[in-house]
Design a protein around this ligand. Structure first.
Ligand SMILES: [Cu+2]
Length: 138
């Protein structure tokens, strides 16, 4: 009986030792995350557009190009993106946004892509006064 108790105690020590080792792992992971976040960058640039539908398309294009977050401001026409510089770039995001049909600070959309946009999304390509906000389908 005493032998059993000894083995049980031994196992208990082993288990607690193991779990304390396991508890150290997440701390190491946190450190790694800090390194990754130093590669994170935020950038803002102009993307012409009209409405909430444009906003969704623009933001989705940015995310599909690797942006961690994307927020397009309908009033200022500014797209703010947060991204990992090891994974994507402002250039790649701007290209993707242009491919979705939206002229921006880096690239102009193909005419054919622009023409395929929903009627209310056909923004003023001159970019004068922040574009025409004529869309009512919000
Ligand atoms: Cu629109």
């Amino acid at each position: 009986m005493k032998k059993h108790l000894f083995i049980f105690t031994f196992l208990l020590v082993l288990v607690s030792l193991h779990s304390s080792l396991a508890a150290q792992k997440p701390a190491g992971m946190v450190k790694k995350q800090a390194t990754t976040s130093s590669l994170e960058q935020t950038a803002s640039f102009k993307v012409l557009g009209n409405c909430g539908m444009c906003q969704k398309t623009i933001q989705n294009a940015a995310v599909s190009a690797g942006a961690l977050s994307a927020d397009w401001n309908m009033e200022t026409d500014l797209l703010t993106v947060r991204f990992n510089t090891a994974k994507t770039s402002v250039d790649a995001i701007q290209k993707a946004v242009a491919l979705a049909g939206y002229d921006n600070a880096g690239y102009k959309a193909e005419d054919a892509t622009y023409n395929n946009l929903h009627g209310c999304c056909k923004y003023d390509r001159t970019g004068a006064a922040g574009g025409t906000k004529s869309c009512t389908e919000n």
